[in-house]
Write a protein that binds this ligand. Sequence first.
Ligand SMILES: [Zn+2]
Length: 401
Amino acid sequence: MIKNTNIVKKANQALVLDSIMKNKKITIEEIMNQTGLSRTTVLSILKDLSEKKLIEKRGRVHQSVGRQPVLYALSRDEYFVIGVDVDVAPIYLNIARLDGKSVYSRQWEVSLNANANELESALIKNIETALSVAKISRKKIIGLGLGLPGIINVNQNRATEISRIRGWKEDNCIAEVLEEKFGFPIYVRNDTHLLGHMEVTSEGENMLYILHRSGIGMAPVINGEVYEGTFGNSGYIGHTRVDSKGKICNCGAKDCLELYCSKRSIEAEYEHASGKTSGYDELISLAEEGDPAAIKIFEHAGHYLGIGISNAMKTYDISNVVLGDLRCDENHVFYQQILLSVKQHMVNVSIKEPTVILSKYTKEMYGLGACQFVLENFFEQPKLHTNIDENGGEWLENESL
Ligand SMILES: [Zn+2]
């Protein structure tokens, strides 16, 4: 028996919102058809959502006979979300509308040697600039997703360690500092997990999103949702062991995957082999132009990244992979070598041929994954479970975030 009518109301509201979000613009009749709710219920929910300024009327259906039904859509200018993707040194920021569309993007550099205080000041300054340039009041911001490349504790909304940022302390409370400053909620998450949110293309999808940067991260997407793990660190494959050469990683362990194939290690390998210092993007071009040292290094790196990816594919029984931030095309030796290595290491263990594709997102969109995360939280549908004891059962609402 459903005792709590509030839960039913929330569930119905979630159905209506879902139908508006999926259709972009929709009539009352269509909402009724899609949700199975009565006209009275739909009208009452639409009134409620309009009062909260979450939805608005946007035009009418043009038809030659009869009345022209009103179309409803998510509000365009009432609420926004901010997403920040910290890939030291570049930091990417996007502001998005309720429908997830980006209305503003910004990118800035911090010094490779930036310490925690410098990072914090740069974040504050650039968020202020973004709001001012985009002409959006902070009162209209629902929340900000902050992706950090470190060890996260989602229960405390903190990053307990970021090895790339000097002076980052276990009790660093960047979320509290930004919340105090701006007055909207801040969500600290793993950078790769946030980017993974924008790669989900269908409900129920299983996929591994691998982010190739100065470290290597992964977001396992299970049944269409990013699986965060107990503390928000699932998919920490950059620090899984792939060899026994005894190379020491900055995490303190030996032979971690990222020592063999991250952007930073590719740059270091090239410097070691040629005596020349080149950035990752330049090395991608050099390999395309036929530079033998660059080609060899990408072959080597691709081989190891393929091992890391296939280990994850076997662990999760997931055969679809999306590679983020590789910054090359499908003809590049790096991508080709990754593909080859994955196929070699998946022989006899996969039912379906593994697919490894390149993400279509470019750096102007890297903040959008965090925007997507904040929106998913905001529009989260009520999760219900039953509580059955000797007196019978009742529906309860799960406590969410
Ligand atoms: Zn390591």
